[in-house]
Design a protein around this ligand. Sequence first.
Ligand SMILES: [Fe+2]
Ligand SMILES: [Fe+2]
Length: 138
Amino acid sequence: MTLLQWTERLELGDPAMDDTHREFVDLLNRLAESDDAAFVARLDRLLEHTVAHFAQEERWMADSGLGTPCHAAEHQQVIDVCRAVRERVVGGDLALGRRLAAELAPWFENHAATKDTILVGHMQRAGYAAQRDPVFEA
Ligand SMILES: [Fe+2]
Ligand SMILES: [Fe+2]
């Protein structure tokens, strides 16, 4: 069963953000569906994408003049948790890794509905056209 279904409610109306979020959901689902052998590699792929996803949003905030330290702080907390869990998974605690994947789904739904929605609204009002970072096109 798919962990997190892409639905209209996740569509925030900014194509650059929505494309990045669709990729996040896809990578998260792949992690949740992974067998034990591929788990760390898929977690690393999600982490790498998430670091770039968050850095991109923080660039958009800076470039469009939105000062939201709590948004960036939440990003950092998630990265820190993911990195800590990754180390535990490498140490053999696969169950914790699977719990992380399960919890990232509701976290993402909430984050998209709040902080990312506020960012999209700000960019639209400011007439700021968000562009994807080149790392995503590689
Ligand atoms: Fe986001
Ligand atoms: Fe965000």
